[in-house]
Design a protein around this ligand. Sequence first.
Ligand code: C5P
Length: 256
Amino acid sequence: MTSDYGAPNVPPTDMRQRVLLALDAPTLPEALSIAMEVRDQVGGFKVGLELCTAVGAPAVVEAIGALGSGLFLDLKLKDIPNTVAGAVRVIAQQFGDNVRMLTLHCDGGSTMLRAAVDAARTAASRSPLLLGVTVLTSINADMLAAELGVVDSLESQVIRLARMAQAAGLDGVVASPYEVAAIKRACGRDFLVVTPGIRPSWATAGDQQRVMTPAEAVRAGADYLVIGRPIAAASPVDGGSAVAARRIVDELAAAL
Ligand code: C5P
């Protein structure tokens, strides 16, 4: 696997590089096993809170990063600006080039986001791409109004937070494929959008509600696709994970 994601904020032309496998495993051996199987078929791996809580982020970055992929560290940071800046500084300095993408919650506010951007830029090594999480897809319009007191529509809130993230200097956001077009209209083509909620036509949706196929999502403007179970849980009868990943990349290449 190469770690070439193209220049910052420019999606790679090699479709394989745009597929990021979500390693939602509870242990490092399980995560490593699937990562090893598909390392030549995908552009990178997303690891998150479960694995980092279980074994520690340094161990995860060292093990998965050693595969040569640019790691997507989905830690969804949110705290006071000084604390988030400290975490971003540690990630940029200690993990260096191994972490290619890092997430933060946009609703931590613009001061927090700017502090994160400053910390990443002043770190000695190459900065990860900083991606904002706008409104979690587990939050629906009713919850947004009744629980969080946001009276605007969900899409307006997503766009508001994406614009704020862009103004603060973030490189992009994580969003549902159904929000990509509106975000690109509001923030421009160069503002990265990374989308989960991807299901090839031949895979089951599982608990994902609003899904698009890989080709539909890229046509809608998605720069990177986060895909988990359609690859990780692909049946050995159908060729297993490596075949599923290759099929997705082939579909992307054929459709675009
Ligand atoms: O297995 P599946 O393809 O549904 O995995 C999608 C990955 O993207 C999981 O790691 C999930 O936690 C993550 N994700 C998501 N929806 C969001 C944000 C992250 O599915 N809004």
